[in-house]
Design a protein around this ligand. Sequence first.
Ligand SMILES: Nc1ncnc2c1ncn2[C@@H]1O[C@H](COP(=O)(O)OP(=O)(O)OP(=O)(O)O)[C@@H](O)[C@H]1O
Ligand SMILES: [Mg+2]
Length: 339
Amino acid sequence: MTGIATAPNTRGTAGNAVEVQGIVKHFGTTKALDGVDLTVREGTVLALLGPNGAGKTTLVRVLSTLIKPDAGTAFVGGYDVVRQPKQLRRTIGLTGQYASVDELLSGYENLYLIGRLLDLPRREAKARAVELLERFSLTEAAKRAAKTYSGGMRRRLDLAASMIGRPRVLYLDEPTTGLDPRTRNEVWDEVQRMVAEGSTVLLTTQYMEEAEQLADELTVIDRGRVIANGGIAELKAKVGGQTLQVRPAHPAELPEMARCLHEHGVTTATYSADTGLLAVPIAGEAQLTAVIGVLGGRGFAIAGIDTKVPSLDEVFLAITGKPATAADQPAQPVEETVA
Ligand SMILES: Nc1ncnc2c1ncn2[C@@H]1O[C@H](COP(=O)(O)OP(=O)(O)OP(=O)(O)O)[C@@H](O)[C@H]1O
Ligand SMILES: [Mg+2]
């Protein structure tokens, strides 16, 4: 489902491309969404982070008019998800969690067809298809049926499809889950390009690293509820920012290294004999340099250093005091009301 930006905002607060208030969606006894509020400012990227079953896909489906909420209000591009589904659909592009390309058509045909469905003139639909195939490294495979594509190639084709109409608001539901690092970077580059061209992006992810790369703001959801919300820097500060990992040349020196840092006031340094790593939460570059300086100054031989963004689990632990767990087993599928 892709759309071309057309009409101006008719409602909603100026400056917000997406406005969600008190959205509730229950499936039988499962509270998939249990009163969610969030906003995405025009031209920015919001990452919706949460474990399996948190309600991410359900929210994307509500915001795409694929299912109706039980309560609450949501506006996208100024359009009401319940009252103005047609106009809203023309404003958005969607890459769902599972690939939705036509298996029998080639990559090129898939994209060309979508362009035509969006009322692009033939020549423009063709040019846009060729351009996006190139951007997602699919030019060589352009004429092959999509059923012969690898998982990563399908994902890329799917992303390209959602971008055909240069939608004002783009939803990406776990766009890089299962992709290799190179392809993941390509997707990130493309998302950044879309934003530079003026799109607003709502992205769901289970990777803190992805949120850090792409998002201006982060909303963490768990069991249908927002449990944290704010700027990336703000939330990172809350969860301890990055961790510096130091691998000493002589693992036997780990306790001594930790003691040395404690003496220099770095009381959060810990080590693990199992992994052979010294871990130091760091707030910024200056602290990183200082820690390495202290260790080097004391003559410890260092075999390697690395910095690590906190994982979703660590974020959860910091926010809720408990690890992230997948929500309860799915309820029986419930007949869905399609808007
Ligand atoms: N059609 C449906 N019928 C019954 N239960 C559903 C339906 N759709 C979603 N659910 C339930 O709602 C909850 C939220 O599901 P949702 O797919 O939104 O989670 P998610 O955050 O996208 O998870 P994941 O990371 O695994 O994709 C889950 O408990 C799920 O089983
Ligand atoms: Mg999902």
